[in-house]
Design a protein around this ligand. Structure first.
Ligand code: PEP
Ligand code: MG
Length: 764
């Protein structure tokens, strides 16, 4: 029951600011951690006209422990413990929201703790102490009378809770480890699965790609200044968002547009802004106010089961981070958020662009784990070139990983182990050491020729997507670049590059290759490799949609520009051009004609022309197999894109994790199909390469040699193991073995091929 009105009103904003000012002194004082907490609770109790102020902090096992109190029995400190959900304090933590009760004892969850001596207090106001949207404690005031706490008082206590969170975090009342232990979601070891984007083992510490921003100051004296900073940062943020939205290149891009529109809606949400401005009125800096509202919003959304609303959490976080970034422009020299990166980083991200991965110190990144991503995503291709294991499409990753967590990444099996026990870590370290030792042995093999045990020469080539990959050409001793994916440089830009710019890039590729041949594949865009500036609606079935040479046919100017650039760059050298996703010979002929036009044009100009031009077709669409005789008449060479070929043969999306294990590239139908291709090319003397992922794994590469393939193209790290395999292989023996088993009705010949390798001492 409320008592006298004057005593009821509680402190207004100016009082809150005064209180915060004093709290700042406490935060900056020399006092030891807990003494500082004691000063704080005393100050709050006095200023809020409360007999009691207490801080409970969350500890391991979902327990809230009384850490400091003014007004309760001091002996109860560290003795009184409540489970989350137990009593009124536990309720505040469980619900992650403020609870104001004029008669706490009448509350059905009231849990009486005699050691506290709290029986004399009737009313209670508790608010959660939040950090990163998680409850790390509870701050409570109590009064003897049956008080009715006002909205202002609730807001004030929430603001103080924000300061408490900073105090707890900065001054180390509870170690980071203990804080983590207190969060039951993020304490247990967990095994997450995804899809393999790049194989290999790694162990290290989690580093969030976009970490929570660190704020310099929590409390400010100057409300007006903070509000002005906030408004100015907001307006800069709006301008930046508008520019992004108005960028004509993005006009029809559904996904980008949706995301940006959502941002804009949330950014313009008056409630959100109002709450941030209100928080500055209470004496918080602009940054602290943003974080306070972000934490409260996150905590509220966390309670919801609705996946759509929980999704919005990401939007809010993104937006708040954007705003914080604009606010940090006020302190250009501030590098407080540059946390020391560990030497063994496991980079954790929702998704990531290739340039962002390259921003990290390559020597320190052990692995990358993504919530999204696909094998053909640019980041995966770059990671492959850098030999960094990557697991993608790991559901619930960001919700479960904390910075600093120990993580084991098993790229080969697309598994991620969070917070593994010591024994698991030790076992895994042995595995890594074993594979490093093997790698050394293989490095020594660089100079040895790629010739099989029975004397068959094999051409080993590299798949390349960026200039950085070119160094590997000489490091591995590969014969040339079997596949240069020209679309990768197009994807990391914001506008279509002109002819000169393209020519410059290709010229550098030629220069870096020295005299080794490079096969340039023309743009294989579309599908999941969308260019943000190519304004086309998304296909329903992107892999089978408007992509690669199909776009080139419909937009010949684009294709011709690329050809012109390649011809210019090649001057005096051999030019190898490869057309992707050819489905019928007629398409190849049309594309080749476009090239002839460009070659004739170059010949008419004063420019030096390529010394020789070879034009090839990617064999990725099964229909082409029934056109092999005609194709081999038209094409100078053929390259099998087994990634696409197998997905189309089995009608099985190569990026779908649920289908990943279902069909096997070493199955009789795939091998029979590949044998038909190899035979067709051998009969006509057409140079034939495999440049899909199959060529880069020793067992699959072994099968390819057994089928008659003699040229392979793969990512750089695959060169050594594949060479080790082929140097120990008697191809003739495998060829006759395969002839016997390829017609079997087995699901896969994988085991049989493994047995063959073991029986014949092939180094896999
Ligand atoms: C393939 O499909 O096998 C191939 C090499 O092309 P990409 O992986 O770039 O689609
Ligand atoms: Mg392909």
């Amino acid at each position: 029951m409320p008592v006298g009105a004057a005593a009821e009103r509680g402190p207004g904003w100016s009082d809150t600011r005064l209180l915060l000012r004093r709290l700042r002194e406490v935060m900056g004082s020399e006092a030891e951690g807990e003494a500082r907490l004691n000063q704080m609770v005393r100050l709050v109790a006095n200023n809020m006209v409360a007999e009691v102020c207490s801080v409970y902090l969350r500890r391991a096992g979902d327990v809230l422990e009384l850490f400091a109190t003014h007004g309760l029995n001091p002996d109860a400190v560290h003795r009184t413990r409540l489970r989350v959900g137990e009593g009124v304090i536990g309720d505040v933590a469980l619900q992650a929201k403020a609870l104001a009760l004029s008669d706490a004892r009448a509350h059905p969850d009231f849990a009486y703790r005699p050691e506290t001596g709290e029986e004399e207090f009737h009313s209670m106001l508790g608010v959660p102490v939040l950090r990163g949207g998680k409850v790390i404690g509870v701050l409570a005031v109590q009064n003897r009378t049956q008080r009715h706490y006002t909205e202002d008082e609730i807001e004030t206590l929430q603001t103080i809770a924000m300061v408490t969170a900073e105090l707890v975090n900065q001054r180390g009342f509870i170690s980071a480890e203990e804080m983590r232990l207190a969060d039951s979601d993020s304490v247990l070891p967990a095994r997450l699965t995804g899809i393999k984007l790049n194989g290999g083992p790694a162990i290290g510490q989690a580093v969030l790609h976009q970490p929570r921003p660190v704020i310099r100051e929590v409390i400010s004296d100057d409300v007006q200044l903070e509000q002005e900073r906030l408004k100015s940062a907001l307006s800069r943020m709006h301008t930046a968002l508008d520019t992004m939205l108005e960028d004509t290149a993005l006009q029809d891009q559904g996904e980008h547009r949706d995301v940006l529109e959502t941002y804009r809606l949330i950014a313009a949400d008056r409630g959100w802004l109002k709450r941030i401005l209100e928080a500055t009125k209470g004496g918080l800096t602009a940054e602290a106010a943003v974080l306070k509202v972000q934490d409260e919003t996150k905590a509220r959304l966390r309670q919801l089961n609705d996946p759509f609303l929980r999704e919005r959490m990401t939007d809010f976080t993104d937006l708040a981070n954007r705003l914080l970034q604009h606010l940090s422009e006020d302190y250009p020299d501030d590098d407080s958020d540059l946390a020391e990166a560990p030497d063994d980083m496991i980079v954790i991200a929702q998704s990531m662009g290739p340039a962002e991965l390259l921003d990290y110190d390559r020597e320190r990144v052990r692995a990358v784990v993504l919530e999204e991503g696909s094998p053909t995503s640019h980041v995966a291709i770059v990671a492959r070139a850098l030999d960094i294991p990557v697991v993608g499409r790991v559901k619930g990753l960001l919700a479960q990983v904390e910075p600093g967590d120990t993580i084991i990444v098993d790229g080969d099996h697309a598994q991620v182990f969070l917070r593994p026990g010591e024994d698991v870590q030790a076992g895994f370290r042995d595995t890594i050491q074993g594979s490093e030792a093997r790698a050394e042995i293989r490095a020594a093999m660089r100079e040895l020729p790629a010739v099989t045990a029975d004397g068959v020469e094999i051409s080993m080539n590299l798949n390349v997507g960026l200039l950085v990959d070119m160094a590997a050409l000489h490091e591995t001793g590969a014969d040339g670049v079997g596949l240069y994916r020209t679309e990768i440089p197009f994807m990391v830009r914001s506008a279509f590059p002109g002819v000169n710019e393209q020519a410059e890039l290709y010229e550098r590729v030629f220069d870096l290759a020295d005299d080794k041949p490079v096969v340039f594949r023309t743009l294989d865009i579309g599908g999941d490799k969308a260019l943000p500036y190519l304004n086309e609606p998304r296909d329903e079935n992107p892999a089978m949609g408007w992509r690669a040479i199909r776009i080139g046919m419909d937009r010949p100017a684009m294709l011709r520009q690329q050809m012109r650039a390649l011809i210019r760059a090649a001057r005096g050298r051999a030019l190898h051009i490869l057309f992707p996703m050819i489905s019928e010979v007629a398409e190849f002929i049309t594309a080749r004609r476009l090239l002839d036009i460009e070659l004739a044009r170059a010949a008419d100009s004063d420019r030096e022309v390529p010394e020789v031009v070879k034009v090839g077709a990617m064999l990725e669409v099964p229909a082409l197999i029934w056109q092999l005789p005609a194709l081999t008449r038209e094409a100078d060479f053929i390259s099998v894109g087994s990634n696409d070929l197998v997905q189309f043969l089995y009608a099985s999306d190569r990026g779908n994790p649920r289908l990943a294990q279902r069909y096997d590239a070493l199955s009789p139908p795939v091998l029979t199909m590949l044998r038909t291709v190899a035979d067709g090319c051998t009969d006509t003397g057409t140079p034939l390469t495999v440049c899909g992922e199959m060529a880069g794994t020793p067992l699959e590469a072994m099968a390819l040699l057994g089928l008659g393939f003699r040229r392979l193209s793969m990512s750089a790290p695959a060169i050594e193991p594949v060479k080790a395999m082929l140097r120990s292989l008697d191809v003739a023996a495998l060829q006759s073995y395969l002839a016997q088993v390829v017609g079997s009705s087995d699901h896969s010949l994988r085991n049989k091929l493994r047995d063959f390798a073991r029986d014949h001492h092939v180094a896999l």
